[in-house]
Design a binder for this molecule. Structure first.
Ligand SMILES: [Fe+2]
Length: 330
């Protein structure tokens, strides 16, 4: 498998960019990025799945130490527990049992500030996305990622593309912005080839297995219709296929063990973002990650051939964003 992921090759001509170095003996790539508007080829890499690291002078909110201590006492530990998060559109804190806890308003304030800072930075880099981003959730993950106890398909440490069981995209793209809000520890994050390359490898070499037979993948999603149309009434073919891809990638031990990967250590204060519906990624280690998500209208993307709906053959009509009719699927 494996060619170079084109994701890391955004070069810059100034020295005012953050570079990450070695981390505990792990080989780490040096990344570079820019806060200026991205050029045409850089946007192409981003839309393909390239992670973009923000420069060191990126202005971000500061988290008070006492708020960290408060959140750590919330009931977020233990099997199957969710990270605390906040939804900008509904103004709700998730999971629901956290609502009465002390510090909730401070928690919302800080996540709202992060969401605004991140959105401003992203729109500076990609102005064409203005008006095309719908906020999803902002989470602040206090728990160590490598030892978190969750069901297998909720594990973040296995390579995957993103799929949200309770929030179907309807073919919109997923933009995720990450910030290391820990005081003294790196966050170790890894990515492998982007979705387009994984599909090409699956067809040509049979690995990842899930992409060996794309038509069969769509048929399997259609057979699952009772699940996705009953449980999630707004889920169409695209989300059903992405769920299969997400789950099969995590179940594919050969892929998980042998795929070409790039390890990155993000030092405290580092910020990066990616289109995680194409950037196949894994969160390996660290805690206190701020994670901000938007849905991006596909019409705002400059490279239609890189849309997951086109790559997976689940596109029907650009206007049928929420429900993609099965009979018109490619
Ligand atoms: Fe993810």
């Amino acid at each position: 498998m494996g060619s170079e992921t084109p994701l890391d090759s955004i070069n810059d001509s100034t020295s005012d960019y953050r570079l990450t170095g070695g981390c505990g003996g792990i080989s780490v790539d040096l990344l570079s990025s820019r806060i200026e508007t991205l050029g045409h080829s850089d946007v192409q890499r981003l839309e393909m799945g390239a992670p973009i690291l923000l420069p060191a002078h990126f202005s971000h909110p500061r988290i008070p130490a006492d708020l960290r201590a408060v959140v750590e006492k919330w009931p977020v530990h233990g099997w199957g527990r969710k990270h605390p998060s906040w939804a900008p559109l509904t103004k709700k804190v998730h999971p629901n049992p956290l609502r009465p806890y002390t510090g909730q308003s401070d928690f919302i304030d800080i996540l709202q500030a992060f969401q605004q800072a991140a959105e401003d930075a992203i729109l500076r880099m990609v102005p064409a996305w203005r008006g095309a981003l719908t906020p999803d959730r902002v989470s602040w993950r206090p728990l160590e990622l490598s030892t978190r106890r969750v069901r297998w398909n909720a594990r973040d440490d296995l390579f995957h593309i993103d799929h949200f069981p309770t929030r179907p995209t309807g073919g919109r793209r997923i933009v995720r912005f990450f910030f290391n809000a820990c005081d003294g520890e790196d966050i170790v994050w890894s990515s492998t080839s982007p979705l387009k390359k994984l599909i090409e490898d699956g067809k040509a070499f049979g690995q990842p297995q899930v992409f060996q037979d794309m038509a069969g993948l769509r048929r399997q999603a259609i057979r699952n219709q009772p699940w996705w149309s009953g449980f999630q009434r707004q889920t169409g073919l695209h989300d059903a296929v992405v769920k299969l891809v997400h789950d099969h990638l995590k179940r594919d031990e050969t892929f998980q063990e042998e795929t070409v990967r790039k390890l990155r250590c993000f030092t405290p204060g580092s910020a990066w973002f990616a289109l995680t519906d194409s950037c196949c990624h894994a969160l390996l280690r660290g805690r206190w990650l701020v994670d901000i998500t938007w849905f991006l209208e596909p019409d705002a993307c400059q490279f239609p051939d890189l849309l997951p709906t086109n790559l997976l053959g689940t596109v029907s009509s650009p206007r049928s964003r929420t429900l993609l009719p099965l009979d018109k699927a490619a």
